[in-house]
Design a protein around this ligand. Structure first.
Ligand code: GUN
Length: 335
């Protein structure tokens, strides 16, 4: 039996970053302008902090100016919206990304609504999502994670047209928009969720599986346990990585490592794209945890034709797509 090809998201993302670096140079030679991205972080969730840092670093590496906006947790929704308006009006800012989730005292949609659609590089403004959902129309920007999934497929030579695709999860950030992108690419799309009966047999029909189960784990054994969370906090305390006098929002789904998607759920030869980012406690890791996907990687490798690893799959590609969107937005402004 032949093992699955591992889709190296990190390497593909690096190729795209080099492409963008060249394009940024050409744009600046032609128009004397530098693309700019504002990455807005509200609060101090550890996971959001690390995503935001990666995004800001990636900008600088390709020659995009990063506008770092850090806003305290307690800030009101109105104050955050005022900041968004200021960025909308700043001609040096071509893209605005507000890292999600926002603190619970804010309504995410109210904030997303205020981002100029010309600067909505995350593609999460209702107008951009709406256009994505309509046949014959195109949004100004496609959401980065979903775009990353399709780019990984196309750069691996996997065609989508006429294929059966199953999407696990229906979040605004991944599940729903990736389903819409697959539809646009002429796939036959089934979207399943935690209420779907017999999901294994549905997944087994798929030529393409996109798993974005998120925190609403499909499998009861996958639920986050408070005991497990307490264990992680204790480990962090013992290793002196946290200050016991401070309150921390750990804010990530620490769970026991029980990947939900098994090898025998997969049609032989299928392409499996794993968008899951579940943190499991790992004291040997610098951060005290390590990310694992939704997929039982070792099992699925034995059956699938292609599979993306976590980490090193969709994650780095999502950041590359953010850079791509920012560049495209800046270029569109000039042309
Ligand atoms: N949180 C998790 N993924 C994303 C993303 O792609 N964009 C934003 N803004 N927040 C996120």
């Amino acid at each position: 039996e032949k093992k699955a090809c591992i889709i190296d998201g990190k390497a593909i993302a690096q190729t795209i970053r080099s492409e963008i670096t060249t394009e940024v140079k050409l744009l600046s030679e032609k128009y004397g302008m530098v693309p700019g991205l504002a990455v807005v972080l509200v609060g101090s969730r550890k996971d959001s902090q690390s995503y935001v840092n990666l995004k800001r670093k990636a900008c600088v590496e390709v020659g995009i100016k990063s506008f770092n906006v850090d806003i305290p947790e307690q800030v009101s929704e109105a104050e955050l919206i005022a900041k968004v308006h200021e960025l909308n009006a700043n001609p040096d800012v071509h893209g605005i990304l507000v890292q999600l989730p926002l603190p619970s005292h804010m309504v995410e949609e109210n904030v997303m609504n205020e981002i100029s659609i010309e600067k909505d590089v995350d593609g999460l403004h209702p107008m951009n999502i709406g256009k994505l959902a309509m046949k014959g129309r195109d949004p100004l920007f496609q959401p980065c994670g979903p775009k990353a999934c399709l780019e990984l497929l196309s750069r691996s030579g996997i065609s989508v047209k006429g294929k059966r695709a199953v999407v696990i999860g229906r979040s605004n950030i991944v599940g729903l928009p990736v389903s819409l992108l697959l539809l646009k690419a002429d796939a036959t799309v089934t979207i399943i969720n935690s209420h779907t009966p017999g999901l294994e047999s549905i997944i087994r029909e798929a030529d393409i599986v996109i798993s974005a189960a998120g925190k609403a784990h499909l499998n009861a054994t996958f639920l986050i346990s408070d005991v497990c969370m307490a264990y992680v906090v204790l480990l962090l305390l013992l290793s002196e990585r946290v200050d016991e006098n401070k309150t921390y929002n750990i804010g990530m789904a620490y769970s026991k490592h029980k990947p939900s998607i098994k090898g025998d759920w997969i049609k032989p030869g299928a392409a499996v794209i794993d968008v899951g980012t579940n943190a499991v406690a790992d004291p040997s890791h610098r951060t005290g945890y390590r990310p694992v996907g939704d997929v039982d990687f070792d099992q699925v490798c034995e059956v699938a034709g292609w599979v993306t690893p976590v980490p090193g799959g969709v994650g780095p590609m999502t950041i590359a797509m953010l850079l791509r969107n920012t560049f495209d937005g800046a270029k569109r402004k000039m042309e």
